[in-house]
Design a protein. Structure first.
Length: 311
C-alpha cells in the first residue's frame, strides 16, 4: 500500500534514497523522480515536495479521472513521468492553476494544493496534501539578469521565501563567504546594511552599493560572542558541513542574531550525519532548495523574547 511519496530533484535520487533508508522509509518503486513509499511520511530534506496522503484511483476515461480529482478538491499540480498526452487531457479538464514566476520579495502561495501523477493509463496517484506550496517544489522567480554577478542570489531569494521573512531596510546582515557578491547584492537591493566577509574582495560594483561594507577575513576567524548583534547571518561558504555546524552553533549560542541562512555544501559523498545534526537544531530546518545543487540549506529563526521555535 502506498503511504507517501517524495519528489527528488533531477540527478539527486541517491541522497534522497539514502536519507529515506536512514529514516526507515521503504521505497516501493521510483516513478521518474518520485520515490513512492509504503511507509508513513517522514521528514526528508532531499525531497523537493513530499506527498503526505497519496491514494490510488482507478478510472476508465479522461473525464472520470478529472471528476475523481475534482471530487476531492479544486487545486491540483501535475507531476508526470510517463503517459504525457493522456495526463495533459486530464489536466485540461481540471481548474487551471496559475504558474507564473514569483516576484521577490513576496509571500509563497497560500492556496491549498495537491499533487497527482499517472502511474498507468488507467491508474493515477493523487495526494490532496503536500509539503510544498509550489507545484513540484519548483520556486521560479522573475530573475534579474543584469545586476547580480552570478545566479547564486536565487538560492537566497528561495530560502527567504520559504522562511517567510527577509531583511527589512536598515536591518544588519553578515554575509559570510560573500565574494564575488551575489548574496550581498540581493541583500543590499532590499535596503539592508550588509557586512560582506571573505578573504577575497567583492566585485567593485557590488562593494560600491549603498549600505555595503567589507571585511577581508575568514568567516571562521570571527568570534560571534565578540561581535555586535546582527539581524541576519547568511553563509554560502565552501566548507565541510561539520565545520559549518560548529560555526552555526556558535552564532546561535551567542544570542547575537535572529535569523540564519546557511548552505551545506557536500564534497563527494553526502554527509547525512551533519545534515541530521543541523535538522536537530531547535527553530531550524534543512531543505533542498529548487536552486540547490549537491547541497542543502539550513533555515533558522528565533522569536523575540522566546526560545528558538520550529516554523
Amino acid at each position: 500500500m502506498i503511504a507517501s511519496a517524495y519528489l527528488a530533484a533531477d540527478g539527486f535520487h541517491e541522497p534522497l534514497e539514502e536519507e529515506l533508508a536512514r529514516r526507515g522509509a521503504a521505497i516501493l518503486f521510483w516513478h521518474g523522480d518520485l520515490a513512492v513509499s509504503s511507509s508513513p511520511p517522514v521528514p526528508a530534506a532531499w525531497s523537493l515536495n513530499t506527498w503526505l496522503a497519496p491514494r490510488e484511483i482507478k478510472f476508465e476515461s479522461i473525464g472520470q479521472a478529472a471528476s475523481a480529482l475534482r471530487a476531492v478538491q479544486r487545486n491540483w499540480g501535475s507531476y508526470q513521468a510517463d503517459h504525457f498526452r493522456r495526463a495533459a487531457l486530464i489536466a485540461a479538464k481540471l481548474p487551471p492553476i496559475r504558474t507564473r514566476t514569483q516576484p521577490f520579495p513576496a509571500e509563497p502561495p497560500s492556496g491549498h494544493l495537491g499533487a497527482w501523477t499517472l502511474l498507468a493509463p488507467d491508474r493515477l496517484l493523487a495526494s490532496p496534501t503536500q509539503s510544498s506550496a509550489f507545484i513540484n517544489g519548483a520556486v521560479t522567480f522573475d530573475e534579474d539578469r543584469v545586476g547580480p554577478p552570478s545566479r547564486a542570489y536565487l538560492k537566497l531569494w528561495e530560502a527567504c521565501t520559504l522562511l517567510g521573512a527577509w531583511p527589512a531596510p536598515g536591518e544588519r546582515c553578515l554575509d559570510l563567504g560573500a565574494s564575488p557578491g551575489g548574496w550581498t547584492w540581493a541583500l543590499a537591493k532590499l535596503g539592508a546594511l550588509v557586512v560582506a566577509v571573505d578573504r577575497a574582495p567583492l566585485e567593485p560594483r557590488i562593494a560600491a552599493m549603498p549600505g555595503v561594507s567589507e571585511r577581508l577575513e575568514s568567516a571562521f576567524g570571527i568570534d560571534p560572542a565578540a561581535e555586535p548583534p546582527v539581524d541576519w547571518v547568511f553563509s554560502d561558504v565552501i566548507a565541510y558541513p561539520q565545520r559549518l555546524l560548529t560555526l552555526v552553533q556558535a552564532w546561535i549560542a551567542s544570542g547575537k542574531t535572529r535569523h540564519i541562512v546557511c548552505t551545506l555544501k557536500f564534497q563527494g559523498a553526502t554527509d547525512h550525519v551533519a545534515a541530521e545534526a543541523f535538522a536537530a537544531i531547535g527553530g531550524g530546518r534543512v531543505v533542498h532548495l529548487f536552486h540547490n545543487k549537491h547541497e542543502l540549506t539550513f533555515l533558522w529563526r528565533r522569536d523575540e523574547g522566546k526560545e528558538a521555535v520550529l516554523f
